[in-house]
Design a protein around this ligand. Structure first.
Ligand SMILES: Nc1ncnc2c1ncn2[C@@H]1O[C@H](COP(=O)(O)OP(=O)(O)O)[C@@H](O)[C@H]1O
Ligand code: SF4
Ligand SMILES: [Mg+2]
Length: 397
């Protein structure tokens, strides 16, 4: 028994019930305080009205931290993320499962699971024309105005967004009526049918009367897109929109999204772990690892000259048509425990291209071009990495 206890305390992932209770108490104190601030009746405008850094962007993430205060410790799901989505462009967010892609987009919609989940630091500025709204501090009524009208989200599994017991028509009608209270019932139905046609549903009158289970996955995703785009939002957030679909249907849905984006002149934040989808759709790419952005650039920069060893690994693990190989490359090791992140580069334990400087703190950002930045010692001036290292890197690419 004693032996067992001794062994268990050695395990970094083990915490006792007493420790867990103490953490839980501490968490409650923190989240109660944040919630109290959020639930104030009148939040003064100066707390959330701000200005865009660049008015050509639809949204700017600026050093965003979203944490989950759990009984086993604080999960730093999004830990200082900064990037922007320019108007009319598609920005792809890519990274392994669990790296914080969904939590980043949920932070923008203020849909993170509260009270455990909280955006504790940073700004997310959304462009409203003459001013910007910092979503992080925006009150609920402001968020309700933004969601659907200004920004809209399309999820991975359409069945979870649709209610199985209501007919399609009724569900789309509800969205349109909610955002257009001045419309009569007939006008709402007419608009719903138009929307169904717009997303490529041929028998729109028939589908209007159907239940979700009567439709295929691809059709259901089209319905979700129709609902998402009903109010011509400025920003479409698509979180793995094609992951649950067959490859052929995937291509159709991506085509549809691209076409609609141009038609309503909006921007897309496209979240995916699929580099093929990124290559086809995105103008800019943001690579995330363990809650942080490790590299970002234009799609050409990221695909033609990936710099961060993680991005290089992702590229190497993607199948290429016509290339004959026995086994696809897989990045060795696993993502560090999100509760106890190290204070050095999060990728170091899996990195095959370390240099002397990697023993130091988490690397700062290095600017490679006006659009291309990377957080890796190989590219920082003070890294002490030499020419040989760089040569080795080229060979890996
Ligand atoms: N409700 C939650 N409670 C605790 N941890 C969460 C919660 N939601 C997400 N996380 C954690 O946040 C991290 C990022 O998750 P997520 O953004 O969903 O990843 P992905 O990149 O696959 O979309 C993961 O480590 C996940 O376990
Ligand atoms: S900083 Fe060092 S350990 Fe981290 S990714 Fe770059 S080379 Fe690898
Ligand atoms: Mg996700």
């Amino acid at each position: 028994m004693n032996f067992l206890k001794k062994e268990r305390t050695k395990d970094a992932n083990y915490i006792s019930a007493k420790e867990s209770r103490a953490i839980s108490k501490e968490n409650k104190k923190i989240t109660d305080e944040i919630e109290k601030k959020r639930k104030r009746k009148h939040i003064p405008e100066e707390e959330y009205v701000t200005k865009m850094k660049n008015p050509d962007n639809v949204v700017e993430f600026d050093n965003v931290h979203t944490y989950f205060f759990t009984d086993i410790g604080t999960v730093k799901s999004v830990d200082g993320v900064s990037f922007e989505v320019p108007q009319g462009k598609t920005v792809g967010i890519v990274g392994e499962s669990g790296c914080g892609k969904s939590v980043t987009s949920l932070s923008l919609m203020q849909l993170v699971q509260r009270p455990q989940g909280q955006t504790v630091e940073g700004e997310i500025r959304f462009n409203m024309g003459d001013h910007a709204v910092n979503v992080v501090n925006a009150p609920m009524d402001m968020m309700q105005k933004l969601r659907g009208n200004q920004m809209s989200m399309i999820f991975q599994e359409p069945m979870t967004s649709l209610n199985p017991v209501f007919r399609i028509g009724m569900q789309v009608d509800e969205v349109i009526a909610l955002h257009n209270p001045q419309m009569s019932k007939e006008e709402v139905k007419k608009r719903t049918i138009e929307m169904l046609q717009m997303v490529g549903i041929a028998n729109s009158e028939g589908v209007y009367k159907m239940y979700p289970h009567e439709l295929s996955g691809g059709m259901r995703q089209r319905i979700c897109i129709a609902m998402g785009l009903a109010c011509s939002p400025k920003l479409i957030i698509a979180d793995e929109p094609t992951t649950a679909l067959d490859v052929t249907i995937q291509a159709q849905i991506l085509d549809l999204l691209r076409g609609l984006k141009n038609k309503i002149n909006s921007s897309i934040m496209l979240i995916t772990h699929d580099l093929g989808v990124i290559a086809e759709m995105a103008d800019y790419v943001v690579v995330m690892y363990a809650g942080r952005v490790v590299e970002k650039g234009t799609v050409q920069e990221i695909f033609k000259s990936p710099k961060h060893p993680y991005t290089v690994g992702l590229m190497a693990s993607k199948p290429v048509v016509g290339k004959d190989i026995d086994r696809l490359y897989s990045i060795p090791g696993k993502v560090p425990n999100p509760v106890n992140m190290p204070d050095y580069c999060y990728f170091r334990d899996r990195c095959e291209m370390c240099v002397e400087a990697c023993k130091g703190k988490y690397p700062e950002q290095t600017v490679l071009s006006p659009t291309h930045v990377v957080n890796c010692y190989r590219y920082s001036e003070s890294s002490g990495s030499n020419g040989n290292d760089k040569k080795e890197m080229k060979e890996v690419q």
